[in-house]
Design a protein around this ligand. Structure first.
Ligand code: TYC
Length: 113
């Protein structure tokens, strides 16, 4: 059996005379996150997709190749999770870059749960 020493005040005693405050959301709440999803298509060259993953998402060649193949075989894959502005910007950059090279490659942004 544990003993409670007399000189350690219990919680109620500690709170006496103090205002009771509601639990609050922290003043700095984490911003919601958004996924950039890369979509498969039948025409964009694999090498171009690998290049896009390297340039816009910072993947090394090996990881970029793995992700490209995952999109190719599964139809789509999440290639990054960011704040809303960053996700929108990256997705637009990818789509504009692909279009400027006459490839149908597309990405889109989805809320991350
Ligand atoms: N399916 C394309 C091909 O066979 C390659 C590809 C991979 C395209 C990933 C888009 O997001 C993509 N050339």
């Amino acid at each position: 059996m544990s003993q409670t020493p007399d000189d350690i005040p219990d919680e109620e005693t500690l709170l006496e005379g103090e205002a009771q405050v509601e639990e609050q959301e922290p003043a700095t709440k984490k911003p919601p996150r958004y996924k950039v999803v890369l979509l498969n298509d039948d025409y964009t060259p694999m090498e171009f997709v690998v290049h896009v993953l390297e340039v816009f998402f910072g993947f090394g060649r090996e990881k970029a190749t793995q992700i490209m193949l995952a999109v190719h075989t599964q139809g789509s894959a999440v290639v990054g999770i960011f704040t809303r502005d960053v996700a929108e910007t990256k997705s637009e950059q990818v789509n504009n870059y692909a279009q400027s090279h006459d490839h149908p490659l597309m990405s889109r942004v989805e809320a991350a749960d």
